[in-house]
Design a protein around this ligand. Structure first.
Ligand code: ADP
Ligand code: MG
Ligand code: ZN
Length: 584
């Protein structure tokens, strides 16, 4: 389409150029092949009043135009008063040859058309080369008039809080500098697709009122080697030229994926691009007020080089919305639409595991259906239909629709961890329990250890193992030993490693006593006995864990029910259970 328009544009000047060139040559030819007449003949023409115009040229000849239009040449007599004489006889006298004027016109037309042809060619070739080498033609135009603020991001409170200081920094980098504070140059937002990572980055720029430059990692991966790197440099140059800015690189994994040690060829381009990015990031300093934000679905896929301090050293999880977040997102997207008697809370409950993007999509489908039906309002029935459509699409895709049974298993498992932690390690704070899947795995349970003790004691390690076993223990208590799940896979790995280290490294076991396994590696020690001791330890702790949970079965039920209802329990929700667990 674009090409056709360009062709049309170029055809016109080409025609003009050819035409004017032909005419120019023709005129020239006509005048250069003029008949030569004797001066005597001219004089006789003059006396018989046939001459209308005489042209003086810068050659030794003059050109003569008769009243019947014929033109010929004759010698210039170069006598005094020749011109005056002619004028007296009523003959027009011109100082340039008749061809000069038309020559001039055609010449001008020719030059203009040549210039415009060249102009068009240069322009189109520069568009083409820009497409390859510069970011101008890409979607990097800064959106300075950003309409996005944190109000456009519903839920995701933790992520918003985590980027709040970046907004402050962008607004006022001098303040942070005066305290000698170093702001993160790079922030990685990670989480499932459609959870609002791009939206959050835009909102940071919008809140700070700085331009937003966005590119996708896949834009940098080109056929031509070196193009990606040069695009990175141009992107940063452009952003820096405007002072403060947010640079957003979506799908950072396209350039920053872990390098496989095996293969070397073929990834040259990606390495160059990645190196250019790292160089640019170390090239600007904190005072510049530039923050690079990147998004990925998989944090664990990224090259460590990207995650080192001074690079993307802040990692913010953007998780799927829980019940209350879904309610907020639905509310946000319905806010400016004509709605009638829609129970937002009910829809929030039905849309478990929907991402923000899917919720937005659901509302949009409903609006389309309402519009097709020419209904005055969007009503529950429209969302109902939209829901069937959306679910039909999603059910085919993997695990969007997680069965109620699975939610229940996850809830008991996670509360198992949390409750054991409350009872056995009351000093450790359980800050969050959720059944919303994250990129890290199915459920999620977070605990933050308040003080980082220099030494970890035996008792603490045993309790840690119990907390890790709490998930599996709860599953077994509630569903029976035949229905335990694979969900405990990572927990078991982790607690095996703690138990093994206790016995082989820290001198906390019986088989080796105070001996360190690493030092004995060349001796033929009986590893079997170590495995047996590990197993004995973990088995005992598992029984203790089950006993503990059975003792607190009321709390286990209550907490699980609240978790199933809210999908996420935060520190405030957990606090009341902590008090109960300890008062016993
Ligand atoms: P991601 O970059 O994580 O894939 P996007 O930021 O592109 O997700 O989100 C796509 C769309 O989904 C947004 O434009 C918005 O309409 C909607 N959306 C996602 N998360 C939220 C949220 N937390 N609040 C409001 N809308 C959201
Ligand atoms: Mg995105
Ligand atoms: Zn677990």
């Amino acid at each position: 389409m674009k090409n056709k328009i360009k062709k049309k544009h170029i055809i016109f000047p080409i025609i003009t150029a050819v035409l004017s060139l032909t005419l120019m040559l023709l005129v020239n030819y006509n005048f250069n092949s003029l008949k030569n007449k004797n001066y005597v003949d001219f004089l006789s023409d003059l006396s018989s009043k046939k001459v209308s115009t005489v042209y003086f040229t810068n050659t030794p000849k003059i050109k003569v135009k008769l009243s019947d239009g014929k033109i010929y040449e004759t010698d210039n007599p170069r006598i005094d008063n020749f011109k005056e004489n002619l004028l007296k006889q009523g003959v027009q006298v011109l100082e340039n040859s008749p061809s000069d004027i038309s020559h001039l016109i055609f010449m001008t037309a020719f030059i203009i058309s040549i210039v415009s042809i060249m102009g068009i060619l240069i322009k189109s070739s520069s568009i083409r080369s820009k497409g390859m080498l510069s970011v101008d033609s890409l979607d990097t135009a800064a959106i300075s008039d950003l309409p996005f603020t944190f109000n456009d991001v519903a839920g995701n409170e933790e992520a918003k809080e985590s980027v709040q200081d970046i907004v402050d920094f962008l607004k006022n980098p001098e303040k942070y500098n005066s305290y000698g504070a170093r702001m993160p140059k790079g922030v990685i937002l990670y989480g499932e697709p459609g959870t609002g990572k791009t939206l959050l980055a835009k909102a940071v720029a919008g809140e700070a009122n700085v331009p937003f430059y966005a590119m996708s990692g896949s834009d940098f991966i080109q056929v031509y080697v070196g193009v990606g790197a040069s695009r990175i440099r141009q992107l940063f140059k452009k952003a820096k030229s405007h002072g403060k800015a947010v640079i957003f690189i979506d799908e950072i994994d396209a350039i920053g994926k872990k390098r496989d040690s095996g293969k070397t060829g073929g990834s040259d381009e990606r390495d160059q691009t990645l190196n250019a990015l790292l160089t640019e990031m170390s090239g600007f300093n904190e005072k510049d007020g530039i923050v690079v934000m990147a998004a990925t679905n998989r944090l664990d896929m990224l090259d460590e080089a990207l995650l080192r301090p001074g690079r993307f050293d802040r990692h913010i999880e953007v998780s799927l919305p829980d019940l209350s977040a879904r309610e907020k997102i639905l509310y946000l997207h319905l806010k400016n639409k004509p709605i009638n008697e829609i129970s937002i809370n009910e829809w929030a409950q039905k849309t478990a595991y929907f991402s923000g993007a899917k919720l937005e999509n659901l509302i949009n489908e409903a609006a389309i259906i309402a519009c097709k039906e020419e209904s005055k309002y969007i009503e529950n029935s429209h969302i109902d239909k939209a829901f069937s459509i959306v679910m039909a699409g999603y059910e085919k895709q993997n695990r969007d629709y997680i069965k109620e049974k699975d939610r229940k298993i996850t809830a008991y498992h996670e509360i198992g961890h949390a409750l054991v932690s409350l009872k056995a390690l009351p000093e450790d704070k359980v800050s969050k329990v959720t059944i919303i899947p994250s990129t890290k795995g199915a459920g999620g349970y977070t605990l933050s250890i308040p003080e980082d003790n220099l030494y970890t004691n035996k008792n603490y390690l045993k309790k840690r193992i119990m907390v890790l076993l709490g998930g599996r223990a709860a599953e077994e208590i509630i569903f029976g030993s035949e229905y335990i799940t694979t969900g405990a896979h990572n927990d078991l790995k982790h607690c095996t490693s703690i138990a093994f280290n206790m016995i082989t490294q820290y001198g906390m076991g019986e088989t080796l006593g105070l001996l360190n396994m690493e030092e004995l590696i060349n001796l033929n020690i009986n590893k079997n006995s170590i495995v047996i001791e590990c197993k004995k330890l973990v088995d005992k702790l598992y029984n203790d864990t089950k006993a503990l949970l059975l003792n607190e079965s009321c709390l286990l039920e209550a907490m699980t029910n609240e978790l199933l209802e809210k999908e996420t329990l935060h520190a405030e929700d957990i606090k009341k259970y902590r008090d109960k667990a300890l008062n016993f």
